[in-house]
Design a protein. Sequence first.
Length: 310
Amino acid sequence: MGTLVNGAWHDKPVSKIDTSGAFIRPPRTFLNDISSKHPVFKPESGRYHLYASYACPWATRVLICRKLKELESHVSVDIVNPDLREEGWVFDDSFKGATKDSLHGFKFLRELYQIAEANITTDVTVPVLWDKKTNKIVNNESSQILRIMNSAFNGVTSNTNDYYPENFRSEIDVLNEEIYDKVNNGVYKSGFAKTQESYEEAVFSLFLTLDRLDALLSRSRFLLGERLTEADIRLIPTLLRFDVVYVSHFKCNLRRIIDYKNLSRYVADMLEIPAVRETHSVDHIKRHYFCSHDSLNPHRIIPVGPDRLY
């Protein structure tokens, strides 16, 4: 995956490894809100477009929220091809489920970033929330897009389901921080570590957190009781990729999710939710990870298994 530097594409990424050999995830670039109080970005049906990926866990949680909040007819969507190579994310509908760019006819996702800001220096990532009216990127930080979708369009859809309820916010925030650092990003810190020490630090921290989450789920259906919250939406994409990809590809092989009584039950329950099930594509996931990381899988061989999940 390359990088935009002063608006020009470089097919070699900027290093994301620190001096200890640990993987570092760079911050996102566009961090605007959508609100009736915002000077530019107002909540309107049909105005916004989501660029996403079935392969990327960060994009998938936004796709889940889009369905939960019944935004399909209000926020349109395109899905990038699962392959992520020298040209970055591409629009190519030759892979089932992927689409072309329905707004501009672009071939590369980076072209959106370039027209949004001509001299931009940034990674080119999904999800991207796009404003059709101003031809600008509103936001490309998935956690913030989740919050936007959770409440900004309530007046448009009349769907007032709240996945970040005020009386649970402090608990959700604590869980989100731990899940992001130790699990969502923890699998990447394990997989892309360049030293044994940084790998072991990340992978043992990951499994200690999974152990704790498994114990937490012995007492309730969801992470915070019987009610689905943002914390669940942020956790489930990583768990759905774990046994399929992360166990082998990222060396997260101390245990599998299927080996956990409560986490495996939780994943099965989450897949009963249409918004989760209908945005989950094992084909996109396996194709992306095993064919996009040359340093980890140079021959791009896609494993045939596992034959049993959850």
